[in-house]
Ligand binder design. Structure first.
Ligand code: ZN
Length: 162
């Protein structure tokens, strides 16, 4: 079962743009297109699944492997298919929420012990939360050059498309 709130993209939503225009626009998001000949000499545009290369008319956003077909997306909840770093991030945010922080922004100081929570529970959650956040910050620090490079490439491509 695919989550109802999963982001999806339908081939009909692309509109009547020429195939080359679509192909260029969607290559930014690593979405590939292909065509088949339809009756009366026309062509039909399809997506290609980023995992199995199957032709399809609907793609589902999968945090771990990009835009995939129904078969590759089915049976997986977002939390099952998310990348380990995303799972770590979600867990860190969830810990802050459990400790009473309404906006689990990691730039805020780590929350104090909520009223009614045992100190042993708080100290265990605090230790886990701080360890997760340290690993996330280390991951971001190590990947910053690559992220900045990718951002510059995306910006220059969008300037080309304008
Ligand atoms: Zn697939």
């Amino acid at each position: 079962m695919i989550c109802d709130h999963a982001n999806k993209l339908t081939i009909r939503s692309l509109g009547p743009w020429p195939e080359d225009t679509l192909r260029h626009a969607y290559s930014h998001a690593n979405i590939r297109l292909t065509t088949t000949t339809a009756g009366f000499g026309g062509t039909r545009t399809w997506f290609l699944c980023s995992r199995c290369d199957r032709r399809c008319s609907i793609l589902y956003d999968n945090p771990a492997s990009g835009w995939v077909c129904r078969i590759c997306a089915s049976g997986h909840y977002a939390s099952e298919v998310e990348a380990p770093i995303d799972r770590m991030y979600r867990r860190a945010r969830k810990l802050r929420c459990r400790l009473g922080q309404h906006d689990p922004d990691m730039t805020f100081p780590f929350p104090g012990k909520p009223v009614g929570m045992h100190w042993s529970t708080y100290l265990r959650l605090r230790k886990e939360g701080l360890a997760l956040e340290a690993r996330l910050l280390d991951h971001m620090r190590r990947n910053l050059p690559a992220l900045l490079r990718r951002r510059m490439i995306d910006q220059s491509l969008s300037m080309e498309a304008d």
